[in-house]
Design a binder for this molecule. Structure first.
Ligand code: CA
Length: 228
């Protein structure tokens, strides 16, 4: 499947050149020409990478980056900084950008960065594990064995499947619908409430303080995120 890239850039010439360049490499490219549109697209769609210019009308790239992260979006972000000041780079990385490129840049340099970031993302996405440890919990999915502080914890089948899905997609925001589809496979009499109840049970069994979870996190308005 082709990687999807969102290009947020206001300079028409650059939008055209970069879109052509990326499409010729087989990427699927979507574009936005100001900050608010870029943010809206980044929130509503799943991209593999966002190329984000800093100087944008409406809302600058730093603010777009920060808002995406604050809303739980962990899409890889490559920032395009117009200035050469170190300051810009530091601010961008602090706000959650993954890499930056200073304008003007060589197209081959951009492609190299894009490839490197996408490689990193797909590697993170593909790690399905049979054994996993976080905090004082250790899980062996093959043996359906869960230990907390070395003591066995009993998980029902769906709880274990839910935990496995969360672990396999760790760090990513997962919607209730995604969980219903992939863990419950749309069985009848399931609803997003089913998901919430199972999440609460998992927290009860695995979190140190279930009312203040540190690993099975709620992302307001979006779903859940597992943070090891
Ligand atoms: Ca610009």
């Amino acid at each position: 499947m082709n990687s999807r890239i969102l290009l947020v850039e206001d300079e028409p010439g650059l939008v055209l050149t970069l879109s052509d360049l990326l499409e010729s490499e087989g990427y699927e490219v979507d574009t936005a020409t100001d900050g608010p549109k870029g943010l809206a697209k980044g929130l509503d769609n799943r991209y593999d990478l966002i190329i984000l210019d800093v100087m944008l009308p409406g809302k600058n790239g730093f603010d777009v980056c920060r808002d995406l992260r604050q809303n739980g979006r962990d899409t890889a972000i490559l920032m395009l900084t117009a200035k050469t000041q170190v300051m810009d780079k530091v601010v961008g990385l602090k706000l959650g950008a993954d890499d930056y490129l200073t304008k003007p840049f060589d197209p081959s340099e951009l492609l190299a960065r894009v490839e490197a970031l996408l490689r990193r993302v797909s590697k993170e996405n593909l790690i399905s594990v049979t054994r996993f440890e976080f905090a004082n919990v250790s899980v062996n999915f093959d043996k359906a064995e869960v230990l907390k502080d070395g003591h066995p914890v009993s998980l029902a089948g769906k709880e274990l499947q839910l935990l496995r899905y969360l672990v396999d997609h760790r760090g990513k925001v997962i919607s209730r619908e995604e969980l219903l589809k992939n863990v419950w496979e749309y069985q009848c009499d399931t609803s997003t409430r089913t998901v919430d109840v199972h999440v609460a049970w998992l927290r009860q069994k695995l979190e140190e303080q279930p009312q203040f979870p540190r690993h099975i996190l709620t992302v307001r308005g979006s779903g859940y995120r597992f943070s090891p």
